[in-house]
Design a protein around this ligand. Structure first.
Ligand code: 13P
Length: 251
């Protein structure tokens, strides 16, 4: 049985004080919720504040990116050890905004995944097609390429520790959510790919999150799909009330 995970990606929003206030309010609203895992990924500068505010709550803290080297002359970069030092248990890898706006490629994403895994962080590998790729009926080819390249050289043991997030680029921040049926179709394809490439045990255990305009009003329909194991939420994770409504989708 895969435990659902609802994750908030705060992107480049919230100062330390805003982080503390939002997480305190979120804790008041969700309390001891046990049936769903809850994760918030604030910007790097707010990680220490997030760690303090989340201590003793069910909220886990993750980062939005990492560098693949241990340390060195890499101006502006942050290492896995630094993230762990700030209380991170998870890290997003290969978010579409990193791919599109900051030139991240599959080879770099592969190195980041390996670094996260060897550092005991749980990586959330983000994949997804653009509108142009969907219209050209290239969804399967694009996602399989991202998985193939991104996961290159990982052991079966490492594969069992990763999470995949399917985020169609055309649904991010646009208010256009994939219908539950469209999302389910791609999730099933991703799970099938894992079964073919690794094993049915790996495929059954894999958690696949959906991301792209997830809101309190559409989360239950998405979560009712057999291959959707959680959500990666941008905009609707910024307010404690809406994120609390998202994580309480079963209630
Ligand atoms: P929105 O929920 O704002 O569409 O963002 C999705 C996303 O990119 C989460 O990583």
């Amino acid at each position: 049985m895969r435990k659902p995970l609802i994750a908030g990606n705060w992107k480049m929003f919230k100062t330390q004080a805003e982080t503390r206030d939002t997480l305190r309010r979120l804790d008041e609203l969700i309390g001891r919720l046990l049936e769903v895992e809850v994760l918030i990924c604030p910007p790097f500068t707010s990680l220490p504040a997030a760690r303090r505010a989340a201590a003793g709550t069910v909220i886990q803290i993750g980062a939005q990116n990492l560098h693949w080297e241990e340390k060195g002359a890499f101006t502006g970069e942050v290492s896995a050890a630094m993230l762990i030092d700030c209380g991170c248990s998870h890290v997003l890898v290969g978010h579409s905004e990193r791919r599109q706006l900051f030139g991240e490629d599959d080879a770099g994403i592969n190195r980041k995944l390996k670094k996260a895994l060897s550092s005991q962080l749980v990586p959330i590998l983000c994949v997804g097609e653009s509108l142009q790729e969907r219209e050209a009926e290239r969804v399967e080819e694009v996602i399989e390429g991202q998985l193939q390249q991104g996961l290159k050289g990982l052991t079966a043991q490492e594969i069992s520790r990763i999470i995949v997030a399917y985020e169609p680029v055309w649904a991010i921040g646009t208010g256009k959510t994939a219908t539950p049926e469209i999302a389910q179709q791609v999730h099933a394809m991703i799970r099938g790919w894992f079964e073919g490439k690794y094993s049915s045990v790996a495929a059954d255990g894999l958690r696949i999150l959906y991301g792209g305009s997830v809101k309190p009003g559409n989360v239950s329909g998405l979560m009712a799909q057999p291959d959707i194991d959680g959500a990666l939420v941008g905009g609707a994770s910024l307010e404690a009330e809406s994120f609390a409504a998202l994580v309480s989708y079963q209630r």
